[in-house]
Ligand binder design. Sequence first.
Ligand code: SPD
Length: 361
Amino acid sequence: MTRLFTGTALALSLGAPAFAQEVVHVYNWSDYIAEDTIRRFTEETGIQVVYDVYDSNDVLEARLLAGSSGYDVVVPTSSYLARQVPAGVYMPLDRSKIPNAEGLDPDLMEAVSAHDPGNEHSVIYMWGTNGIGYNVEMVRERLGDDAPTDSWALLFDPEVTAKLADCGISYLDSATEMIPVALQYLGLDPTSTAEEDLAQVSELFEAVRPHIRYFHSSQYISDLANGEICVAAGWSGDVLIAMDRAEQAGTGAEIAYTVPKEGSIEWFDLMAIPADAPNPDNAHAFINFILRPDVIADVTNYVFYPNAVPASLEHVDAEIKEDPSIYPPAEVMENLFPSPVYAARDDRVLTRIWTRMRTGR
Ligand code: SPD
């Protein structure tokens, strides 16, 4: 989906004289920016924004590796950026053009430097967790009060999923996330690529496959909100968006989010500039604007993901700051592991397992 956030396209199509209009092409995750962020940026800088969205790191990576994507700012997850940097996908950031980066949390940036050495190519946009979104009543009706809502069993135990199949289970369409959390559920190393471990995952997938309604990484937001599905493997903020939509629509659906007790993924999405970006100065200006405390706070308030700018907290709504689904408490944080970085050869193995899960072949 592409959106042009100004009236210039219309003016040109009506035959207005051509003039050099500054532009920045941004490619970001869907449901990941506040309603007025882009408009405010254009009002303040005069730079138009062409804004496209995706819901998969693999889609973003394919476009970047093909080259000449035309994008100036992209938002990969750190574990993907880690393997894209050595492939020369990104330009080093010019920090003199991003003074607001000074306000980034040094501990979080240090954590991310494991994937982007020296934080040379990226700054943190938002971070979050993988977990389970579920419809409290629909799950209780089928599994009773003892439903394992604090466990990956809700998604991976075939006896459980068989009982939920009729109300709808969705999985993220992401091998690099669903396989690590399945390994975690099995009590194995979530980063393992050992043949025998992955064989156990394949067996598990085979058993639950008939009970999964679909594999998609953004459709679950509206489907959870309107009761089309009852359980979703999802990302923290997106499940909170579903909760919010259910409330706004007055559907009465009570949606909850849980980070399973077995442990889960903590991930960071980063802003970066492709090496062949056509408008690198505007890209730096966009990133600098986003990192302004009031601007990034608005995004957090709208998308329910934490950002990495501590000074933004004074602008973040109290109920968001205090929500443990958004800012996990220490005991949950201790149980999180970073998204694994996969080499190309491991990727092929994971993709094969995932294709079989999705298609049965
Ligand atoms: N709607 C925005 C979702 C952002 C999800 N980021 C991906 C994290 C991958 N581990």
